[in-house]
Design a protein around this ligand. Structure first.
Ligand code: DC
Length: 671
């Protein structure tokens, strides 16, 4: 979803409700690799479905693992530490959690069982260092060739069967650039612990220790009991072998939880908290400790196994000085919470931000600055001053999911003296870990009605307004109200109940209790799908009769208003710009000549295998235009401030572009 150039978040004023988190990325990719290497099959529940897990799954498939869905879970058939495939080229996108451990595992497998593997990724992946891991693997006796810049992917890992590795000495690995190098070795070395213990010696101060704890925890679930001496030396006992736990459940992503913890702290007021389900007090993820930092800034938190509930406590939030080495990913969220604090926030110990999906210190400083914040950055810290003047900004996301998710929280600026929208560019980057992030956010967020943008589109029958409205809504990531569908559904409900289209009061009663549910272009009436029935000509005719009753129109009014929810609405139909949303920021009246409309309708009917005469169709349309324009209730007429768009000679794409251009003229983004 949201494969669009930007999404505009309106000024948001509150949040409450429940969010179910997607699975943890760190756990998902570790579990996948372990399951893929283990003997036997593993049923994985609640796996994250995202860009980063997809590349890992594809890699495992290419390496000969059988992967099959089983209900909502995924069954991974492991290779039992024996390579069935000895050559493969693996594309790993920008997934560090796939690149590092696969590099290590394939290097030692190729060195001992023979093989030739190439690992590569997107351009940014080729800028993310891996040299410390490569050094460790070479010290072990693996053949690792740089295929690009030394110390960075792409790499070739090769070897011949029967090779021996130097496992008798402790393998040194640096721990101060990325903890993923150590994780990679820990995950891979049980493959070669058949002759003796294998020890790893960390050189330099180990960063991001909680991620190592996740690794150790999951290794244990797969039968490997690593001995640890402080954070310096890790020993994999001789004879270690991966054993499948049979099935395993992936807990919700604690880093993803941080956005909703922050949301609760900023925007959940009046005793209605934000409840986060999927991660809680029993989490094995280090980023769960973000919750403590959020509490220190003012969040009011309750938590139990598998859940966290957050609401606003102190307000404004309190600035915080924190060494965030233990929560490097979630700490980004603190930098945005800092905008809502009354004293500066200083986050240090985050040098690793510079080698993540993007240089996150630079990116965060630049984008917070765009919003109007005063930011100081250093090699391994960032300091954010309290916000004085919010600017409507277009936020760059650097193909970094966390930039998009963090900065979306700036849309709650009305709670801190602002009232500006926030544009998030390239929002689909959230697909790396949280493909439905914006839907989840909009599901919880609320806004003042007047801050929620509405585009009203009306026009005569067969002008193509439905198609135009749907395309504009999709392109902007807005909700869609096909108001005709409500009248059509009322007609269907009346038919079901044997209510006459002439019985206005009874129709109005029906309309007031219409049990309707929309999901994209699909619609359910009273729990039964009616998407196709709704589009029938006969239903349209019913709707046309039903819709002349003022009491019916009145009864549907509130239902239509309820569609105005974040991030915005495109409303299509008769009185959208005049009666229901008279304050709509853009009103479009779409027309086309009767000849052109008759031709389009003709094509449409022919494509459905229905024959019709163009002349008759045109006469029908013209008669309907006259009826529609002259009827006393909700006549077809452009709102006074509507822009006319004659699409007789325009393609759908050209019409959509025209509306988007008009919309762009109404935007306030300064940078
Ligand atoms: O747009 P449509 O064909 O789905 O509309 C079905 C009927 O409902 C049509 O006769 C117009 C009427 N209608 C209305 O009166 N007011 C609206 N907002 C939408 C549709």
């Amino acid at each position: 979803m949201y494969d669009i150039p930007f999404i505009d978040l309106p000024p948001l004023a509150g949040a409450s409700g429940t969010v179910r988190l997607p699975g943890s990325k760190s756990i998902s990719n570790r579990v996948l690799l372990l399951a893929g290497l283990a003997e036997g099959s593993t049923l994985v529940h609640d796996l994250l479905d995202s860009d980063d897990t997809r590349v890992m799954l594809e890699a495992l498939r290419a390496l000969g693992c059988r992967i099959e869905p089983e209900g909502a879970a995924l069954r991974i058939g492991g290779i039992g530490a024996r390579l069935p495939v000895h050559e493969a080229q693996l594309f790993l996108g920008n997934a560090g959690t796939a690149m590092r451990p696969l590099t290590a595992a394939l290097a030692v497998l190729a060195a001992t069982q023979g093989g030739r593997f190439e690992v590569s990724g997107v351009a940014r992946m080729h800028e993310r260092p891996i040299g410390d891991l490569v050094d460790a693997l070479r010290a072990l006796g693996c053949s690792v060739e740089d295929l690009g810049r030394p110390g960075y992917p792409p790499l070739r890992l090769s070897g011949t069967a029967g090779g021996r590795l130097a496992t008798e000495r402790a393998i040194p690995v640096r721990g101060d650039v990325s903890s993923q190098f150590l994780t990679a070795l820990l995950l891979a070395l049980p493959l070669v612990a058949d002759r003796g213990d294998v020890a790893i010696e960390v050189v330099g101060e180990l960063i991001s220790k909680p991620y190592i704890e996740i690794t150790l925890n999951l290794l244990e679930r797969f039968g490997i009991a690593v001995r640890r001496e402080g954070w310096q030396r890790f020993t994999i006992p001789q004879g270690s072998r991966y054993r499948t736990p049979g099935s395993i459940r992936v807990e919700g992503d604690a880093s993803s939880a941080s956005y909703f913890v922050a949301l609760g702290a900023i925007a959940a007021q009046g005793g209605a908290p934000v409840k986060i389900v999927g991660v809680g007090s029993d989490s094995i993820q280090g980023d769960i400790r973000f919750v403590d930092a959020a509490e220190a800034m003012g969040a009011q938190v309750r938590r139990g196994p598998g859940w966290i509930e957050v609401q606003r406590g102190r307000w404004p939030l309190a600035g915080l000085t924190i060494d965030a080495n233990h929560i490097p990913d979630a700490a980004m969220t603190l930098a945005v919470m800092a905008l809502y604090a009354d004293s500066p926030t200083r986050i240090s110990g985050i040098a690793s931000w510079r080698v993540k999906e993007t240089d996150r210190i630079a990116a965060m400083a630049a984008e917070l600055g765009r919003l109007g914040a005063e930011v100081v950055e250093g090699p391994d810290f960032i300091e954010v001053k309290p916000m004085r003047d919010w600017k409507a900004a277009s936020i760059r996301t650097y193909d970094d999911h966390r930039m998009a998710m963090c900065l979306s929280l700036a849309a709650f600026n009305p709670l801190a003296g602002g009232r500006v929208p926030v544009r998030i560019l390239e929002p689909r980057c959230v697909g790396k870990t949280f493909p439905d992030y914006f839907e989840a956010l909009f599901g919880l967020a609320s806004a003042a009605a007047e801050d929620l943008p509405v585009i009203a589109i009306d026009g005569p029958t067969a002008s193509g307004k439905g198609t135009l409205a749907a395309a504009v809504a999709e392109r902007l990531g807005y909700r869609l109200l096909d108001s005709g569908a409500l009248y059509r559904a009322t007609g269907l409900a009346a038919q079901q109940d044997g209510v006459s289209p002439e019985d206005g009061p009874a129709l109005a009663q029906l309309a007031a209790r219409l049990d309707l549910r929309f999901e994209g272009a699909r619609c359910w009436l009273r729990g039964r799908e009616v998407s196709d029935e709704l589009r029938l000509e006969s239903t349209g005719a019913l709707a046309s009769r039903v819709s002349v009753w003022p009491a019916v129109r009145e009864a549907l009014h509130a239902l239509q208003l309820a569609f105005r929810r974040p991030p915005g609405l495109v409303a299509d139909g008769r009185d959208m710009g005049t009666v229901v949303f008279p304050q709509a920021r853009l009103k479009v009246f779409l027309t086309a000549s009767a000849a052109e409309r008759a031709e389009r309708r003709h094509k449409q009917l022919i494509s459905k295998g229905i024959s019709a005469s163009i002349t008759d169709l045109r006469a029908d349309l013209e008669a309907r235009d006259v009826r529609d324009t002259q009827r006393s209730v909700a006549p077809l007429k452009p709102a006074g401030d509507a822009l006319l768009l004659d699409n007789s000679h325009l393609s759908i794409e050209e019409s959509v572009q025209q509306v988007l251009d008009w919309w762009a003229e109404r935007q306030v983004f300064s940078s």
